[in-house]
Ligand binder design. Structure first.
Ligand code: AQP
Length: 333
């Protein structure tokens, strides 16, 4: 059976980008067709300046939102990365296979390091090395497919390179995974800055739709989305990035195609109105289920405990095999 792994970082509140680019597909498609594992990758949230209490709170919120989005613990495995030691055990071995140069080429490293420096902060070493941890997250489970948004494609490519290199040097140990992306909304853009990705750790609130935004907040954010100077509604990412972004969001929410939808609108106002309503309807059940799940944290804790147990069982043989293959002496006993 196909094995799927993907994760989400508790670096901020989950956004519409996370949902349309990744989480909705996990719930609607992936968990039904494969042996799927979905993880709150909390260790990745420590790579930038962080508040410990906030990371803890956001980790619980992310796990709860994954369930509210429709992940069913009877169909898939939901867990928290730091509950399964195999991830960090394997990460070090992959750091011993990766090169300094390939880590420094990662776009996310360059962008986030620049952002940290601009804020006057220092760049944590883990920001450079975390793609090795991400590779470990994926390779520990013999993953075939990694459903992600566009921004993670480079990291999955690196994971493939590390798997192939390890296998060539030390004998076949890892399945070589591949990234899968959604047909539309693989990169939802910030509504205020349509040339930048809608990212949950960004500071610019008005351009970001959060999964837990109230319907009226969603309507306001979409109504104020930056559009382009023309009046035609055309699907052109280069010339009309703001409109193209709205068309992609609408298409993703309603199941249409952005090109076909562009022909149905004569004004930006009508497009914004329909997009806002489509987003409100897509998020409504998620918000309602989240509220219900928050009433009693015990079942969520139970899902995460059982998820971590299963994840540990699945990962351990592959990580042990990697330790043997790379030349480490097994502990006696
Ligand atoms: N805007 C987006 N459009 C489509 N997919 C997206 N994803 C993230 N943003 C978009 C996808 O959601 C999954 C989980 O994302 P993540 O938690 O790894 O990253 P993030 O939300 O991008 O978090 P940050 O901390 O805010 O990072 P930066 O600063 O990079 O934006 C992934 O599959 C991701 O592709």
């Amino acid at each position: 059976m196909t094995r799927i792994f993907s994760g989400i970082k508790p670096t901020g509140h989950l956004t519409l980008g996370n949902y349309l680019g990744a989480v909705r597909r996990w719930a609607e498609v992936d968990q039904h067709r494969a042996d799927a594992l979905f993880c709150v990758v909390d260790l990745h949230a420590l790579t930038v300046d962080h508040d410990p209490a906030r990371v803890r709170r956001l980790s619980r919120q992310a796990a709860t939102l994954l369930l509210a989005s429709g992940l069913d613990p009877e169909l898939c495995t939901v867990f928290v990365q730091s509950h399964v030691d195999e991830h960090t055990r394997l990460s070090y071995l992959l750091e011993c296979v990766a090169t300094d140069g390939e880590m420094r080429r990662m776009i996310q490293y360059k962008e986030k390091a620049a952002r940290e420096r601009a804020r006057g902060g220092s760049v944590r070493l883990s920001l450079l090395t975390y793609p090795a941890l991400m590779a470990a997250d994926i390779l520990a489970y013999g993953t075939d497919e990694v459903p992600v948004g566009d921004d993670q494609t480079q990291h999955v490519e690196l994971t493939r390179d590390l798997a192939v290199r390890f296998n060539q040097r030390y004998g076949h140990t890892f399945v070589v995974p591949r990234a899968t992306r959604p047909e539309v909304a693989a990169r939802v853009m910030n509504l205020q800055e349509p040339l930048s990705k809608m990212g949950k750790s960004d500071d610019s609130g008005p351009g970001i739709v959060y999964l837990l935004d109230e319907p009226d907040t969603v309507r306001k954010k979409v109504a104020r989305a930056v559009t382009d100077s023309g009046q035609d509604v055309a699907y052109d990412r280069e010339k009309q990035p703001g409109i193209a972004n709205l068309l992609e969001i609408l298409a993703s929410c309603t199941g249409g195609s952005p090109e076909a939808l562009s022909g149905e609108y004569r004004s930006y106002g009508a497009l914004k109105k329909d997009t806002a309503e489509a987003v409100v309807e897509v998020l409504r059940p998620v918000r309602e289920r989240h509220q219900a799940l928050c009433a009693d944290p015990a079942p969520v804790d139970d899902v995460l405990r059982r998820g971590a147990e299963r994840a540990r069982e699945l990962a351990r043989p592959t990580v042990d095999a990697a330790y043997r293959a790379i030349g480490l002496l097994p502990a006696a006993g």
